[in-house]
Design a binder for this molecule. Structure first.
Ligand code: TNX
Length: 550
């Protein structure tokens, strides 16, 4: 626990220290700590003859890389103006989604025909079957001269197949205005399934608030790369962003500002439901986070009784962390947590409630663990599964809980690692979000106009070139259920800003989470990722044009 406290305390000092440490690591001077085994290969030269942006799309060019790709040499399929999209009733919404993607740029009518046994007949058929050609969440895509078939066990699998199909059309398919074809696809078969069940992104709507439309737009970008969880960081020192009936000042006062003193904002329950429903329509599960006991100044400012001295502090619009905590010795604190988590559980169909638990400097280790033990029980009493940042390892086990490991390599700590390893042995599952690989708010390089750099700069290769299952030594790889890409928003104010930090690192992390390890190859990946840029241009995504991509 001493080491945990250390983990919590040092993070800001690193903003300065890590730049130096990063340089030493690069120079090979610092030995990689015991829990971390980051076997990054030395980058080799780019292969010659890399594909140009305008060349016809190849079957093997998809991001994330599919599990298996078998091109049919010479065979192609061309979508015709009279084509139909056919699907069974239960996949009708996926068929409509596909039609909605293809209609604006092709200008074709592409009627959706619902039928129990769809065949392509020159168009596109979505088929559900009990074997589906691939496991749960996976799909099989067959492109032949006479039509396209996507087959899966579930509508979710079909949706992922649709994302693959979308990338096989020329980039102009992403246009919202009619473009000239031909709309030709490469022939062959793709059989695909995800490596990890949890493929997450996190959006911090507390440091800067993002309205429902921005969140919807971000969800659409996540869906393109088969991400299936969106963790919303709904509260922090600078803002409380979700309406709670019994505690109206949380949003009225606690939601009224943000980093830098802007107007902030918050979601009504109806708006939160809209986000949940939109995410569901893209097969994405929302994971709401109320960070506690620290990162709570907005709540403490709204209700004096949550403070040990009974006095409400002022609102906070700076960027420090660790200074706030709910009062762990007052009954009202737990009444408050019970109300908040109860209302959030009722609004959230997904299995997880994320309770934060990071960077608490104001409480003793004992106070922290006792508080988190009580809060974990409140989560399970609401029928939900606990998720928390990795410091939560110091609290007692909770059924199936998920710990989100965020420490960058230079922050690893032997004593804390022992606590973490023990928590995993006692049943905790792990989502990997090490800051030096997955934090989308880290700068790409010293010149990046946005972002922080306390965990070092994170270029595209750092986001891609690591193995979530092998990253932690002493942790059973089977306990690792996935990967998350957090986007903290201290420096991020607009959707354009979000896009700049997410692209191209988000697709890189999506590939780490989806694709089998056997496909992992930086040089091949950077070719495929680079070839996505024309698509991002057509979509109007404000991406960072990384020099690491050909
Ligand atoms: C650390 S890592 C935080 C956040 C900050 C972020 C900025 C973790 C669980 N907490 O409070 O926003 O760094 O990069």
């Amino acid at each position: 626990m001493q080491s945990l406290a250390k983990l919590c305390r040092v993070s800001r000092r690193w903003i300065i220290a890590v730049a130096l440490a990063g340089a030493l690591v690069l120079a090979g001077i610092i030995v990689v700590p015991r829990i971390l085994s980051d076997r990054r290969s030395t980058p080799s030269a780019a292969p010659s003859g890399s594909a140009t942006a305008t060349a016809a799309v190849a079957l093997g060019s998809v991001v994330p890389a599919p599990a298996s790709v078998t091109p049919a040499s010479g065979a192609t399929y061309t979508l015709a103006s009279g084509a139909e999209i056919r699907a069974p009733d239960s996949a009708g919404s996926v068929a409509e989604y596909l039609a909605g993607l293809l209609r604006p740029s092709t200008g074709y009518a592409l009627p959706v025909r619902l039928t129990s046994d769809p065949s392509p007949d020159g168009g596109i058929a979505l088929r559900l079957s009990s074997d589906g050609g691939a496991p749960e969440g996976g799909y099989r895509l067959d492109i032949g001269v006479d039509g396209v078939v996507i087959e899966a066990r579930t509508a979710e699998g079909l949706f992922h197949g649709v994302q693959t199909l979308r990338q096989l059309f020329p980039p102009t398919v992403e246009s919202r205005t009619v473009q000239s074809g031909p709309w030709t696809l490469p022939g062959g078969r793709i059989t695909d399934e995800p490596r990890f069940a949890y493929r997450g992104a996190m959006l911090d709507v507390a440091r800067h608030f993002f309205a429902v439309d921005d969140v919807r737009a971000y969800i659409d970008l996540l869906a393109m790369y088969k991400i299936n969880y969106l963790h919303l960081h709904l509260s922090d020192d600078q803002g409380w962003r979700i309406a709670i009936d019994g505690w109206p000042r949380l949003t009225a006062h606690g939601g009224s500002t943000e980093v830098g003193g802007g107007p902030g904002g918050s979601y009504t329950k109806e708006q939160y439901r809209q986000i949940v429903a939109y995410a569901q329509s893209r097969y994405i599960t929302i994971v709401p986070e109320i960070d506690m006991p620290g990162h709570t100044n907005a709540a403490l400012a709204s209700y004096g009784e949550l403070n040990c001295d009974g006095k409400a502090p002022g609102l906070y619009t700076g960027m420090q962390v660790g200074f706030s905590a709910l009062c762990p010795s007052k009954d009202v604190t737990y009444d408050f947590v019970d109300d908040v988590l109860g209302e959030l559980a009722a609004l959230t169909p997904g299995p997880y409630l994320h309770i934060g638990g990071d960077e608490v400097q104001k409480l003793s280790d004992g106070e922290y663990a006792a508080f988190m033990n009580r809060v974990q029980k409140i989560v399970t009493s609401k029928g939900k599964t606990v998720m928390g940042w990795h410091q939560l390892a110091a609290a007692e086990p909770s059924p199936d809980r998920v710990l989100e490991y965020w420490a960058p390599r230079v922050q690893a700590d032997d004593a804390f690692d022992t606590t973490f390893q023990a928590a995993v042995r006692e049943g905790a599952r792990v989502v990997m979000a090490p800051a030096d690989h997955t934090y989308l708010d880290m700068k790409y390089n010293a010149q990046s106009p946005l972002g922080l750099n306390w965990a070092g700069n994170v270029e595209v290769q750092a986001a891609y070139d690591w193995d979530p299952a092998a990253h932690l030594i002493g942790v059973d790889p089977k306990a690792v259920i996935g990967v998350e890409a957090p986007l903290w928003t201290e420096t991020v104010r607009t959707l354009d800003d979000l896009e700049y930090l997410a692209f191209p690192r988000l697709p890189a992390l999506a590939e780490v989470a989806w694709s089998p390890k056997s496909t992992h190859n930086w040089n091949a990946f950077r070719q495929r990722l680079g070839a996505q840029r024309p698509r991002w241009t057509v979509l109007g995504i404000n991406f960072y044009n990384s020099p690491q991509l050909p």
